[in-house]
Design a protein around this ligand. Structure first.
Ligand code: PMP
Length: 294
């Protein structure tokens, strides 16, 4: 993620990543009390462009406010600083990771001073390019009654780490997690869509993380006149679908080959998901000349 020369943006300055000192006594390190974001910048015909930068930084602010972390930054300024950071690190395309964290307080209250760092590095699609083998995890998603599940909060990712580790240990690429009512919520760090009889389905917002890519997929469906329904999905719905895919900023849009050893019969390239995947690629690369092929 970084070498001797890598610069990060840290508390108002550009600094060497390897020598940016962090307080060892603080709530973020000890209790996972921090919030972060994941953005992508793409090398487009119009130069390097961060996809949906405003939405991501707005969500970072909301995540901090949701858990009482002081957010005293101006998002337009942070976006400008992020572009500068990409330039300083010679990155034309990148994954971008802002993190707000708190140090110097070991109590379990919500009034510590916050710091912000932004890092960027080259990163291919998080789950690779190949169709995925996924399985239903024994780990459930946190519930809205026990956590602010709409916030991208560091400590919450232990849930994702447990589910992903279990999936990898069992020979799968990624895990699907159920919500507290037994419906399929999402993957450990991506949202889920399935296709059945030419309609696209995705779980509603109530018990899932509100992915920005998920919203982009919904917008694409509207634009391309694909039928889309937001509804609770059972694991049987997922097993009996014609195809399925995951989406997220890091993973982008990636098709699923198999769920719990049930293999989708539909060729991925012929699915609506593959059309959405092509449209998404065009969108992030700001390419206008898109043709719908289904
Ligand atoms: N769910 C979780 C738990 C995530 O961490 C992410 C990635 N931030 C997503 C879904 C996808 O969100 P987005 O499309 O905004 O990247």
């Amino acid at each position: 993620y970084y070498n001797q020369n890598t610069l990060i943006y840290f508390n108002g300055e550009f600094a060497k990543a390897h020598s940016a000192g962090v307080d060892l006594f603080g709530q973020s390190l000890h209790y996972g009390y921090g919030a972060f974001e994941g953005l992508r910048a793409y090398a487009t015909h119009n130069g390097t462009r961060i996809f949906k930068a405003e939405e991501h930084f707005e969500r970072l602010k909301n995540s901090c406010e949701a858990i009482g972390i002081d957010y005293h930054w101006n998002n337009q300024d942070l976006i400008e600083k992020t572009y500068k950071l990409l330039g300083l690190n010679n990155l034309r395309s990148a994954y971008i990771r802002p993190l707000v964290f708190s140090g110097s307080n070991m109590h379990l209250n919500a009034d510590s001073e916050s710091s912000l760092m932004i890092a960027a590095w080259e990163w291919g699609p998080y789950l690779g390019h190949n169709l995925l083998r996924v399985f239903t995890s024994s780990i459930e998603r946190p519930t809205p009654k026990s956590f602010r599940i709409d916030a991208k909060v560091s400590g919450q990712y232990i849930n994702s780490i447990l589910a992903t580790s279990e999936a990898l240990k069992n020979g799968y690429d990624e895990a699907l997690l159920l919500d507290q009512n037994g419906f399929v919520a999402q993957a450990s760090s991506e949202n889920l869509f399935i296709e059945k009889d030419y309609t696209i389905y995705t779980p509603p917002l109530s018990n899932i993380f509100p992915g920005i890519t998920r919203q982009t997929v919904i917008d694409i469906c509207q634009e391309l006149n694909f039928d889309l329904v937001e509804k609770n999905l059972t694991i049987q719905d997922v097993h009996e679908a014609d195809s399925a895919f995951l989406c997220g900023t890091a993973a982008e849009i990636i098709g699923i080959k198999e769920v719990d050893q049930i293999i989708y019969q539909e060729e991925w390239e012929h699915t609506i998901g593959a059309s959405i995947q092509r449209k998404y690629k065009n969108l992030v690369l700001e390419q206008e000349n898109y043709e719908v092929i289904i």
